[in-house]
Design a protein around this ligand. Structure first.
Ligand code: UT7
Length: 347
């Protein structure tokens, strides 16, 4: 298999806080929102040829949340954003920029971040979306950091929101058991006395884009009766191939970010991984030589929510007291693109 993950040379970390004159950037508040409807493995047994035993042993997922028909990605994102705003103790008017990471925008345009802006009434904010699939929240955090660090903006809202149920083929047991809907959000500002985000490492390998994609609905295969009849508007994944790359890419991204931060693995209070598969997280723990207990895991409740997974896990980890202000944490993700990223920060 050709090497996917960044080489030691390529996997450099971004640590601009060491540059003089630039401000440190912290996450000053988080929020998350999960739709009410729970879809259990037992429910899926009635929809496709699968079993609770297969899903739990192969993935660790027990149930996932499904948005209502009239609930869009922007609705989920707006709810998570409202909670993050409240948690940060700011008002929507303070927000200068909204970045939304999603692969399930309400529609190709306008951007979902602008729809969220309207819902939360953050009328001063500029808006754009980014698309880095499951790594999207880490990419959004890093972009947000650049804007605040440079002094361009004071307050940035990074939202990761997904309604994956809208692109999943509910007849394909290979994929439909894996995904769920949800949203997480973070407010980034300079906070004096905190180091904030210490270093990040981002990467991609577009040569493997076909392993996880939605073939139709874009410029290559515009939506038509033919694309719908052949199911090209659904998410497609070569699960086993993606699996092979996931652990190595996340391991290398984590090591590069950690090296950039100047910290050691034992300095970390908690690791927030992308929540795709418990076996991937266990493999990562083994490769990083970190006890599994250090990882925050909630995929049993929500499945894989793409960009929203790490964002929701960060918010839940904080609310559950898994890390405190002043602790160092590591967030790691991997996804379609292929893309990957890791961020080390002082909470
Ligand atoms: O989020 C971003 C990136 N995504 C990931 O990181 C996902 C990475 N991949 C994975 O997590 C795993 O590859 C999966 C969970 C998707 C699949 O697990 P696996 O152990 O790699 O299974 P497999 O695809 O190799 O399939 C094994 C068997 C097959 O049957 P045969 O060919 O051995 O007879 C599948 O047809 O399991 C079968 N299978 C199922 N059986 C019952 C696949 N899906 C199901 C199912 N229920 N839902």
């Amino acid at each position: 298999m050709p090497s996917l993950a960044p080489t030691a040379k390529a996997a450099s970390s971004i640590k601009p806080s060491k540059l003089t004159g630039l401000r440190t950037v912290s996450i000053v508040g988080t929020g998350s929102y999960l739709p009410k409807k729970v879809l259990s493995n037992a429910d899926l047994e009635k929809m496709v040829e699968t079993s609770d035993e297969w899903i739990t042993t192969r993935t660790g997922i027990c149930e996932r949340r499904i948005a209502a028909l009239d609930e869009c990605t922007s609705d989920l994102g707006a709810e998570a954003a409202r909670k993050a705003i409240q948690n940060a103790g700011i008002s929507a008017d303070d927000i200068d920029l909204i970045i939304c990471a999603t692969i399930t925008p309400d529609m190709p345009f306008p951007c979902t971040s602008a729809l969220i802006q309207a819902r939360i009434e953050a009328s001063r904010a500029a808006c754009f979306d980014i698309e880095a699939a499951c790594s999207g929240f880490i990419f959004a955090l890093e972009i947000a950091r650049q804007f605040v660090m440079s002094g361009t903006y004071q307050t940035v809202l990074a939202v990761a929101s997904e309604k994956l149920s809208s692109i999943v083929d509910w007849k394909d047991r290979n994929t439909c058991v894996l995904f769920g809907d949800g949203a997480g959000a973070a407010i980034l500002q300079h906070r004096s006395g905190s180091k904030g985000i210490l270093a990040s490492s981002l990467g991609a390998n577009g040569k493997h884009g076909e392993l996880l994609c939605m073939p139709a609905g874009g410029a290559k295969n515009p939506s038509s009766l033919a694309t719908v009849n052949s199911g090209m508007h659904f998410l497609k994944m070569s699960g086993r191939e993606v699996y092979k790359h996931a652990i190595l890419a996340m391991q290398q991204a984590a090591k590069a970010a950690l090296a950039g931060s100047g910290l050691k693995m034992e300095n970390l209070a908690c690791i927030i991984p992308h929540q795709a598969n418990i076996r991937i997280i266990e493999g990562l723990a083994e490769r990083l030589r970190v006890p599994i207990e250090k990882f925050f895991i909630n995929l049993n409740k929500y499945g894989n929510m793409s960009a929203a997974s790490a964002a929701v896990a960060l918010d839940e980890g904080a609310r559950q007291g898994r890390f405190q202000r002043g602790d160092f944490i590591l967030i790691i993700a991997f996804g379609a693109g292929l893309t990957w990223g890791a961020t080390v920060l002082e909470w």
